[in-house]
Ligand binder design. Sequence first.
Ligand code: FAD
Length: 311
Amino acid sequence: MLRTLVPHLVRTAPVRLALTHGPLSSAVIDRFVAGSTDKDAVGAVARLVGEGLRASVDLLGEGASHAQDARDTTEAYLRLLEVAEQAGLAAGLDVSVKLSALGQAVPRDGPALAGANAAIIAARAQELGATLTLDMEDHTTTDATLTVLAQLRQDVPTVGAVVQAQLRRTEGDCRDLARAGSRVRLCKGAYLEPAAVAHQGRSAVAAAYARCLGILLSGPGYPMIATHDPQLLALAGRLVRHLDRPAGSFEYQMLFGVRPGEQRRLAAAGAPVRVYLPYGPDCVPYLSRRLVEKPANLLLALQAASDWPAR
Ligand SMILES: Cc1cc2nc3c(=O)[nH]c(=O)nc-3n(C[C@H](O)[C@H](O)[C@H](O)COP(=O)(O)OP(=O)(O)OC[C@H]3O[C@@H](n4cnc5c(N)ncnc54)[C@H](O)[C@@H]3O)c2cc1C
């Protein structure tokens, strides 16, 4: 129910205002978002790298409806890469992009526009020793995103993709993508999807995740295990040992602000851990997904919103 209600709730003016300008800016935004500028983001990358972690930086924003907005986002990613390069942090950095932010939904030639913008970012990332990963949005975009992925990989083979275990199609996608050199981030899926296309319920999604994990870890690709779920992390550890996967052949990924202790514990044990680091002013859609994942986050948000602007 939360996953249905919250996205509607955050679109209302009072909640949106409370989310961006109320006391939530310290209570919730600071926990999940690295800041609003590229310098904030690169500063956060430096702190993570100093602690033995890696980063995938995401410029918040999705659903560009004009080609100019998509171009602006592309330019912003290029500036981010330059700021990272100047700080000596571009090599090994990953940038995560949503094709909707690069113009996928722009009328007429949206998919081609998004693909062309992604190609520009991918090429510059490659020059600097960084990588690009295409985030996955709702199921109506999966085929288009995987098509762009295949095109990008012709010139920049390190471009990575995300698959969502909750989608019924994903075991098949994992089989297709589990190829040498293929970077694949496996997550549960953050979007509310209908039963026709998606497993419903936590245990069905976790079981699907386990099956996809087995497929990816058994293949020659580079799985990126994106979950905070203790049981799935334990399963991943067992599979890695059982399959004798060398440390450089996979990585764990977690979100900035979520189970930071576990991120550091895994890294201290020698596992490669990358933190997904969102930044930018347009944080409401991202935060709404984080709020529904854990009821305690929502309670914190509602409490802060109800106190505001009284204090
Ligand atoms: C690196 C990374 C990239 C991602 N990219 C995408 C993407 O491209 N497309 C997409 O659809 N989804 C993406 N996701 C989100 C993902 O699909 C899930 O919605 C999210 O990771 C929560 O699922 P979980 O596997 O952690 O399991 P859950 O069962 O949701 O969480 C397990 C435990 O982790 C902790 N936890 C999880 N989320 C939170 C939170 N928000 N706040 C506090 N604690 C929390 C709690 O202790 C919880 O009990 C990404 C996730 C990660 C980690």
